[in-house]
Design a protein around this ligand. Sequence first.
Ligand SMILES: Cc1cc2nc3c(=O)[nH]c(=O)nc-3n(C[C@H](O)[C@H](O)[C@H](O)COP(=O)(O)OP(=O)(O)OC[C@H]3O[C@@H](n4cnc5c(N)ncnc54)[C@H](O)[C@@H]3O)c2cc1C
Length: 383
Amino acid sequence: MRPDGERLGGKIRDRERRERSVRGERCGVEGAAIDREDVFPRDLWPKLGDLGLLGITVPERHGGAGLGYLAHTVAMTEISRASGAVGLSYVAHSNLCVNQLRLNGTAAQLERHLPKLVAGEHVGALAMSEPEAGSDIFAMQTRAERRGDEWVLNGRKTWITAGTISDLYLCFATTDPSRGILGISTFLIPRDAPGFRVVREIPKMGMKSVPMGELAFEDCRLPAEAHLGREGRGATIFNAAMELERGAILSASLGTMRRQLERCIDRARTRKQSGRPIGQFQSVSNRLAEMAVRLEASRLMIYRFADLHARGQEASTAASMAKLFVSESFHQNSVDAVRLFGAAGYAEETGLERELRDSVGGLIYSGTNDIQRNIIAHGMRLG
Ligand SMILES: Cc1cc2nc3c(=O)[nH]c(=O)nc-3n(C[C@H](O)[C@H](O)[C@H](O)COP(=O)(O)OP(=O)(O)OC[C@H]3O[C@@H](n4cnc5c(N)ncnc54)[C@H](O)[C@@H]3O)c2cc1C
């Protein structure tokens, strides 16, 4: 009886939490409270919209700030300085959804969707990964068929950032499996599309408050104008989204790394053992020096990518290098911060264990770091 009762209690708590995420009800504003409550901070979206941050790269005529990618990178860094989890939701919305819509949408699509996304009335997501297509992403099975004036989608997507609460999904499906990656197309799917449903939220170790969704399309009917970009150009849109994402998504950890380093320096100056500040022990000062080098190198790699991108130069290798190096650095710095604080670093109340949990996702999303190594090595034409 008891385990069943506990399971039921857990399910009810989960459902209440999900409903609060959809309604945007939560109490805390700082990173620790956001992590503890694990509720999507929907109320922050209109505020980010008012600050011009949700459409930072969107032209002013569509309500955006009309700034470049470097400004977007800085915004991601500063938001994640307060909360890495909010930073991740922000990137999924502003880069994966808004940027790709901005770059590929028709005038009517931009007119229809951008104002609400830019104002923070709507939340956006990108849905590519499937239960059987992760690293081998173009093996996707979600199918889109043209029936008269409509597209009909069938399939599943999984691990979609903000997937349970988004209003608009930029979703990829194959229109012609015999054409491989040339058969993939992109669709704009509103949450209320008939035949679309959120299957479940996936519980996870970190990035609490960012609801990861599994989605189902069951004879999901869409009007012809839901197609984004040219038919069969889905892989190109996806690769462009991934290049921007890899080059920049980890700027959402630069802010956290900076805060970690500031806290560690402060701790090294103030915590005394054997009558001395621990920063006077070489093993501690060496650790701090390495953390600082990783942060500085990470920043430079991300800014270099943003600069190459702004000048329209080929940047896919630079993007993969940035993704690989910055995510590994964030993870290593998070481990080092816990070590430097000793047992206090292991305690929930210090918040460093939260950042360590958050850092693990970066090793996996936007293509695992093994895949980034493959891309970098591919550029070497090893045969
Ligand atoms: C926090 C988070 C957020 C995410 N957000 C989104 C999102 O918004 N939208 C979306 O579409 N997806 C999203 N994803 C999904 C993510 O892109 C996939 O998890 C990722 O691509 C890896 O796929 P997989 O999990 O199926 O692992 P698998 O592909 O099954 O890989 C398992 C292991 O095998 C290794 N491996 C597999 N193939 C190769 C290979 N060819 N060479 C070397 N090693 C290989 C991998 O590196 C890994 O170690 C998110 C994931 C996470 C964790």
